[in-house]
Ligand binder design. Structure first.
Ligand SMILES: [Zn+2]
Length: 87
């Protein structure tokens, strides 16, 4: 992987060799996996995208400024059909 393949603001210094390698390994790990959106629990804004359902992250919403812990296990993408389902 080269620096040109990474999307970032090029006013910043390019990543180190080590970080570049980690980025490459990360990309390889996601091969064949499905990427899903993690949405803000307050306003529904997409705050990140994830490939796993395990682990917890601290998320920050750029729109409503929500800042909190999100367990990837419970915050799966909710499609409209899922939300409207009656139990
Ligand atoms: Zn939000």
């Amino acid at each position: 992987m080269t620096v040109d393949e990474i999307e970032y603001d090029h006013r910043f210094d390019p990543p180190t060799e080590e970080n570049l390698r980690k980025l490459e390994l990360s990309r390889e790990e996601t091969a064949g996996l499905i990427c899903r959106d993690i949405k803000c629990p307050i306003c529904g804004y997409r705050i990140m995208r994830a490939y796993t359902t395990e682990g917890c992250v601290v998320a920050k919403c750029q729109r409503c400024k929500f800042n909190g812990i999100i367990s990837l296990r419970w915050f799966r993408r909710q499609t409209p059909s899922f939300r409207n389902r009656r139990y």
